[in-house]
Design a protein around this ligand. Structure first.
Ligand code: GN1
Ligand code: MG
Length: 364
């Protein structure tokens, strides 16, 4: 994107800033993000983000969810006398028209939020203590939202973590085989389908209300937490998918990134190993916040949720690969296949560690 287009967009927001430079930022698989550095240096900087409206089909609704959520958390922080509130919750800027986004000529949606300086994002966690803190932050986030009426929020992406609907999408991709890729990967197809009954139990539990619907983050990768320079957690970011969901999604999705010693797109499957110490630290941190509100059924299902999220993500990457790579950004041909194989392998590794994972939850 050229700078004058970006600066034109910024001028539509209800804020008076002089900017110094705009640089591409981060490695999300869906949106495009830019850091807007302002003058004088040392003042507040901002993040400009293009929301992928092919994926987020209702950006105004999504932004409404984000505003309700961040206002709720901000009010709680203020009421509790917290310091540096703007470092602990995301602050979005409204447009001069009073919307929480501006449109460009191509109909894209852009949002602007305050950049939280002097912090770090981590892709890997080395120490159990850090996993403990990350889990406390995600657990605390769920707790902060526990008294927010779910009816206020829309389903940003309908059926986002619904295993039954994801499975149907997968079966449709297999049937239509638009990119002619199915026949080479029958073994992997069978691995996904062979676990369908076990895995769709989560959605059946939500449907029959034995698992409660809560407000959840739904994208709890470790790089969606900001830490300060001392390694303390500051703020949960990437609120695009905050909506009604299951606490199990968030626990499971964190372990999908944290519990794996390799990245989610590791091509060398022998490097994919379970990180027991990190899992333990995360489980202890999460339970220290969430034990007070989780049902006994949810507690029992925490280890299962990790396998569920790996299965679901494997199926999502696989579906995208079979459909000819239309959803996720990819860095090279076959990237979605590499991601799929890595997630399936991780799922198998989690299955091998099922007993250990259950013991850790029951002993904490
Ligand atoms: C996408 O764009 P990013 O990295 O925040 C995806 C998540 C996946 C993740 C896989 C809206 O998240 O659900 O878990 O990629 N977000 C959406 O890395 O589909
Ligand atoms: Mg995201």
């Amino acid at each position: 994107m050229n700078t004058s287009l970006l600066s034109g967009l910024i001028s539509k927001f209800d804020i008076d800033i002089t900017f110094n430079e705009i640089v591409a930022y981060g490695n999300g698989l869906i949106n495009d993000t830019y850091l807007v550095k302002t003058l004088p240096e040392g003042g507040s900087d901002y993040m400009l983000q293009r929301k992928n409206h092919k994926i987020f089909k209702n950006v105004p609704g999504m932004m409404n969810n984000i505003v309700i959520t961040t206002d709720h958390i901000r009010n709680q922080l203020i009421a509790s006398g917290a310091s540096e509130v703007e470092r602990k919750v995301m602050t979005y800027v409204a447009s001069k028209d009073g919307e929480m986004f501006v449109n460009d000529e191509d109909g894209n949606f852009w949002t602007l939020f305050l950049f939280i300086a002097d912090c770090q994002v981590v892709d890997y966690i080395q120490k159990p203590e850090q996993a403990f803190k990350a889990a406390q932050a995600f657990g605390h986030f769920q707790k902060q939202l526990a008294d927010l009426p779910g009816e206020l929020l829309i389903e940003t992406i309908p059926n986002f973590h619904n295993g039954i609907s994801r499975l149907n999408d997968f079966k449709t991709a297999i049937l239509n085989d638009p990119a002619g890729r199915v026949s080479d990967h029958q073994l992997q197809v069978d691995k996904i389908l062979g676990r369908a009954d076990e895995m769709t139990a989560l959605q059946r539990g939500l449907d029959n209300k034995t698992i409660p619907l809560r407000i959840t983050h739904n994208d709890t990768k470790i790089n969606n937490i900001l830490f300060d320079q001392e390694g303390n957690t500051l703020c949960i970011i990437d609120l695009d998918t905050v909506m009604p969901g299951s606490a199990l999604y968030d626990f499971g999705d964190s372990i999908r990134s944290l519990g794996n010693k390799a990245p989610e797109d590791e091509p060398d499957l022998t490097k994919i190993e379970f990180n027991e110490e990190i899992y333990k630290g995360f489980a202890q941190g999460y339970l220290s916040e969430a034990r007070s509100f989780l049902s006994s059924n949810e507690l029992d299902l925490l280890p299962f949720s990790c396998r569920y999220m790996a299965w679901e993500q494997a199926m999502r990457f696989f579906t995208d690969y079979l459909n000819g790579d239309t959803y996720y950004k990819t860095d090279y041909p076959g990237h979605n296949l590499v991601r799929t194989l890595a997630q399936i392998r991780y799922l198998e590794v989690l299955e091998q560690n099922k007993g250990i994972m259950e013991d850790i939850i029951s002993r904490n």
